[in-house]
Design a protein around this ligand. Structure first.
Ligand SMILES: Nc1nc2c(ncn2[C@@H]2O[C@H](COP(=O)(O)OP(=O)(O)OP(=O)(O)O)[C@@H](O)[C@H]2O)c(=O)[nH]1
Ligand SMILES: [Mg+2]
Length: 465
């Protein structure tokens, strides 16, 4: 996108559907003049002090027709969101009136803002860093409280601070190496090879830790995915309905009822949880069921937590036990909760014997039909989510693919430097690698950013942001 900062942009900043109020934002050198023409209050907009709100009316300057009652807020640059003169007109939220008013503003010389252009200008004018801009986008889009909290932390600059710290550490290593190249004969106290290696290792570990938080950030934002899987007829759909308190999935005594994935959303402690019911896993010749099972395996791969549900009456054949261990072993890095269902079919003594026998294999015994033990499943989910959330409180979490890729670039460059040091490559080459690491971090926080940064970061914003 071409950046012409001497033009004035405008957009409706609130969603275009009937609402209490709707806001039109104008930014640029002509913002105040244009607002003065469309808005008539007790005072001229031109005479307003910065950060004052005026009550008045939106009028068509050509026909003098009054369109709406409004409040006009004037914020003069540089102390405004974009750093330029900004006017926000709050109207009643009629989409038609908002659109007509915006059209007038555009006829008076403003240009329709592109998506994210206000924030892009704020960034170009040094009002916020790249990572803070990304955080604003996340904040507007956040669907869960944890996602919101993380976006807010990032907006306040915590990610930027962490990256800057990391960058300082790399720069220290670099300047040591450079000094050694410059003054090879001097008996100065440069970083020894061992210490250099130690520092680099430290930095790559920090990069890795941040990279790991990407998945976590995504989970908190999009929702933690929990898949219910297990043999056919074990009561998976019954459990889904029970957890959602809704008749979402078809329950039937015929094994192989569920073919497509059935999903529902829960909110536990402010986190969004997506629960997915899947086709029962077994060896089958039925073509449709086979597709269903393939979908189950796919869902397991994409999930964060699996609930393996079996029931004491679905006598697992040898093959199915094998399938179970395959599923569980595929999920070693995930949280898995193993559950035994239909204990209502047993009497008290049988139940006790079964629980004793399967103590090491099964985490929770339930009856999905009667609702017994289901609270313990909620508790287990709560525990997993709590663990995820505590991470987000402890440290900053990266939330965009762009951030993840640049951290990986940094780590890769430093790994090269590390290997080079180990095998005695000359320091000039090592410095090149270290420099590349620094460059990746520069890109991340927007120091000397690439030309396509608008496409990478701002394009995804909504218009008016
Ligand atoms: N007695 C008893 N029956 C249950 C329980 N849970 C489910 N059932 C019954 O078991 C049968 C299968 O239940 P579903 O929920 O459809 O099982 P599923 O695992 O989704 O089965 P598929 O979709 O075929 O893989 C139905 O007749 C349910 O009513 C339970 O806790 N106790
Ligand atoms: Mg089912």
């Amino acid at each position: 996108m071409m950046v012409v900062l001497d033009d004035t942009i405008a957009a409706v900043a609130t969603p275009l559907f009937p609402a209490g109020i709707g806001v039109i934002r104008i930014s640029g050198p002509e913002a105040i003049k244009i607002a003065n023409t469309v808005f008539t209050g007790k005072k001229q907009v031109l005479e307003c002090e910065t950060y004052t709100a005026l009550h008045g009316y939106i009028k068509n300057p050509e026909t003098v027709e009054t369109l709406d009652e409004a409040v006009c807020l004037v914020m003069k640059g540089p102390a405004s969101y974009t750093g330029e003169d900004v006017v926000e007109l709050s109207l009643h939220g009629s989409p038609l009136v908002l659109r007509k008013t915006l059209e007038m503003i555009i006829r008076l010389g403003a240009r329709q803002a592109e998506a994210g252009e206000f924030t892009y200008r704020a960034y170009l004018n040094g009002k916020l860093s790249l990572t803070e801009a990304e955080a604003i986008h996340k904040l507007v889009k956040a669907r869960s409280e944890s996602g919101l909290r993380n976006a807010f932390l990032q907006m306040q600059g915590s990610l930027r601070r962490n990256i800057l710290e990391l960058r300082t550490k790399i720069q220290e290593v670099l300047s040591n190496f450079e000094a050694e190249i410059e003054f090879p004969a001097e008996e100065l106290n440069f970083l020894s090879k061992e210490d250099g290696l130690k520092h680099i290792k430290h930095i790559t570990t920090a990069c890795s830790k941040m990279i790991e938080t990407y998945q976590l950030g995504k989970q908190l934002e999009e929702g933690v995915k929990i898949v219910i899987c297990g043999p056919p007829n074990s009561g998976k759909s019954t459990l889904l309905n029970r957890l959602l308190k809704d008749d979402r999935a078809i329950v039937h005594e015929i094994p192989g009822t569920t073919r497509d994935k059935v999903e529902g959303t829960l909110s536990i402690n402010g986190a969004v949880i997506k629960i997915i019911d899947t086709a029962g896993i077994r060896q089958t010749e039925n073509a449709v069921e086979k597709i269903g099972i393939a979908k189950t395996i796919e869902a397991i791969k994409k999930s964060n937590v699996i609930i393996w549900l079996e029931s004491y009456d679905t006598k697992s054949s040898f093959k199915e036990n094998e399938l179970k261990s395959q599923v569980i072993s595929k999920s070693v890095k995930k949280h898995s909760i193993t559950v035994m269902n239909k204990i209502d079919l047993l009497d008290k003594n049988e139940r006790k014997t079964l629980q004793k026998k399967l103590k090491s294999e099964i985490d929770i015994f339930i009856s999905a039909k009667k609702g017994w033990g289901v609270k313990r499943i909620y508790m287990a989910i709560e525990e997993v989510v709590g663990a995820l959330q505590s991470h987000s409180i402890e440290g900053t979490i990266i939330t965009s693919l762009r951030q993840e890729q640049l951290l990986k670039e940094c780590r890769k460059a430093l790994n090269r430097a590390e290997n080079g040091l180990k095998i005695g490559v000359s320091l000039e080459y090592i410095c090149q690698d270290v420099n590349e690491g620094i460059e990746a971090l520069n890109q991340l926080i927007g120091i000397k950013p690439r030309k396509d940064i608008y496409d990478l970061v701002f394009k995804h914003f909504c218009i008016g942001k």
